[in-house]
Design a protein. Structure first.
Length: 102
């Protein structure tokens, strides 16, 4: 049996003045998502624990049934996914880069 897991990570977001103070989720046209939901089993869950707002990587790690207490962060996973060799003596970090035009 095949499954499709759709995780709307960060979808609620915050009201945005550029879209009349709607959140992106409130503003979105979701005809296709609604059609998919009608044929699906849907629900909400606390991925790490009630009252805990985890980073998306820890939440997905938990959703896939991995024990979050063993999670060391995105660095090692992204290094592994990039084909880099990581061992117990390696420090693998992840960073985001951005530019701001002023």
């Amino acid at each position: 049996m095949r499954y499709l897991l759709v995780v709307l990570d960060g979808a609620p977001d915050r009201p945005n003045p550029e879209i009349r103070n709607f959140t992106p989720l409130e503003y979105a046209k979701m005809e296709n998502l609604n059609k998919l939901a009608i044929k699906s089993k849907v629900g909400m869950m606390y991925s790490v624990g009630k009252g805990i707002a985890p980073e998306s990587d820890a939440a997905v790690f938990s959703i896939l049934s991995y024990d979050v207490k063993h999670y060391t962060g995105r660095g090692p996973l992204e290094a592994f996914g990039s084909g880099l060799k990581v061992d117990s003596k390696t420090l693998a970090l992840r960073a985001n880069f951005a530019t701001i035009e002023t």
